[in-house]
Design a protein around this ligand. Sequence first.
Ligand SMILES: Cc1ncc(C[n+]2csc(CCOP(=O)(O)OP(=O)(O)O)c2C)c(N)n1
Ligand SMILES: [Mg+2]
Length: 324
Amino acid sequence: MLKSDIRINLLREMKRIRFYEEEIVTRYSEQKMRCPTHLSIGQEGVPAALSQILTKEDLAVSTHRAHAHYLGKGGDGKKFIAEIYGKSTGCSGGKGGSMHLVDLSVGFKGSTAIVGNSIPVGVGLGLAQKLDNTNNISCVFIGDAAVEEGVFYESANFAAVKQLPVLFVCENNQYSVYSPLKVRQPIGRKIFEMVEGIGIPSSHGDGNDVESCYLLLDDIVNNMKKYGGPRFVELDTYRWREHCGPNYDNHIGYRTEEEFLKWKKRDPIAMHLNRLLADKVLDEEAIAAMDIEIKCEVDKAFQFAIESPYPDPKDAYKNIYKEL
Ligand SMILES: Cc1ncc(C[n+]2csc(CCOP(=O)(O)OP(=O)(O)O)c2C)c(N)n1
Ligand SMILES: [Mg+2]
C-alpha cells in the first residue's frame, strides 16, 4: 500500500492540473489567450504520478499537449498561465504560448508542436546526462502518434545502442486528432511490444489509475537509476475534450458518445478520490479544503498573468536560435 502522503499528493497534483485547465476552458472565449491549447483533461494520471517521482535534476521534454507535463515537472502555475497569455513573465517570455513551454529552473527543456520533434532533443539530453556522469534521467513525453514518425526509430535505436538514461512515456489516448489507432497502426500490434523489439525494455499500464501508474513508473525510474539504459512505457488514457481547444466534440462523428462516457467513468481523479475516501485517508472536509487551496492558487496565477506586461517589441529577437 502506498504511503498516505503520496496518495494525497497524487490527488492534489491531478486536481491542480485539472483546475488550471478548467479555468483555461472557462476563460478561453475572452480571446485573451491567443494561442491554440491542447488540454489534458482526463489524462492527469501520468503527469501526476511522475510529479512524485522525477527530481528537479531529471530533465523532460514534451509535445503540443504540454500543460500537464510542465505542471507535473514542478512547473510554476503563474509562469504557465502568463505564457499562455503571451506575457513577458511567462516561462518562455511570452513568445512560446501553450505548445512551447520551457523552464530550465525545473528541468523542463521544452515542448514543440511538431509531432516527434522533441524526441531526439530528449535523447540528446539523456546523452548529456550520461556523459556528465549524473544519475539523472531524461523523460520524453510522447503521444501514440509519435511512434508513426521516423525520428522516433532513429532516436530509440540510438538510446538503446548507447544505453542512455531516457524514459519514453507514451500516453496512448487512442487518437491522433480525429484518427483512431486502428486506421494508423496495424490492428493487434501493441506499441510497447513493438518498442521492446527495438531493444528497449518496455511496459504497459493503465494511465487512468494513478496509483498503479505511480508504482509502475517508480519501479522503472528506480531501475533506470540503478542499472542505466533507456525504458519505454505505454499508458492508456483518453482525452475528454476536442484535440485542440476548450470544447467537447463528440458530436462531429469521429468517436462516439458511448466511448467517451465509458472512459469518463474511469475519471482518474474520481477513481482515486473514491479510494482515498473509502480507505479513510481523506474525508469530504479535507477534500473541500484542498479544492479551495488549489482554486486560490489558480486564481492568483490568472490574476498574475492578466496584470503582467506584454514582452517589449525590442526583445523580439532575444533568445531566438541566432541573435540577429
Ligand atoms: C509532423 C507532424 N505531423 C502532423 C502534425 C499535426 N498534428 C498535431 S497534433 C497531432 C496528433 C498527435 O497525436 P498524438 O501524438 O497521439 O498526441 P495527442 O494529440 O493524442 O496527445 C497531429 C497529427 C504535426 N503537428 N506534426
Ligand atoms: Mg494520441
